[in-house]
Write a protein that binds this ligand. Structure first.
Ligand code: THU
Length: 137
């Protein structure tokens, strides 16, 4: 499953719309139901409406009725770089917060990959300690 998610994230990355940064990101999100939703970053001439690959995947999943997320694989780097050339691409703070809304940060896994064989797995809790959640309201 790890290799499948990484492979799927690289495929999704090919759809990235990045005419401004030329930094292409792909994500593959596995839900607890066992479905995979993909995402890429989508930039905008006004810059701030840009959506990250991870949030694209989360919003696709939630809009299809999925609210329990299990794992995400993220791959990203300069547009010209491919699998095996990119560095690790950790999710931005906004994406970490969005992921937290629909998972258990203690068990949710974030796979950061350079290739199908070179990757590391972190728990969301490690990436977003003391994150703000519904229990804080
Ligand atoms: N980006 C993502 O899609 N995900 C991340 O985790 C980091 C950044 C995008 C946003 C923007 O289109 C480009 O990468 C450069 O910041």
């Amino acid at each position: 499953m790890i290799q499948k998610l990484i492979r799927t994230a690289f495929e999704a990355r090919e759809k990235a719309y990045v005419p401004y940064s030329h930094f292409a990101v792909g994500a593959a999100l596995l839900t607890k139901e066992g479905r995979i939703y993909t995402g890429c970053n989508i930039e905008n001439a006004a810059y701030t409406p840009t959506n990250c690959a991870e949030r694209t995947a989360v919003f696709k999943a939630v809009s299809e009725g999925e609210r329990a997320l299990q794992t995400i694989a993220v791959v990203g780097g300069r547009e010209a770089e491919g699998e095996g050339e990119v560095d690790y691409c950790p999710p931005c703070g906004v994406c970490r917060q969005v992921l937290q809304e629909f998972c258990d940060p203690e068990t949710f896994e974030v796979i950061l990959a350079k290739s199908e064989t070179e990757y590391k797995i972190l728990k969301l809790k490690e990436l977003l300690p003391y994150g703000f959640g519904a229990e804080n309201l």
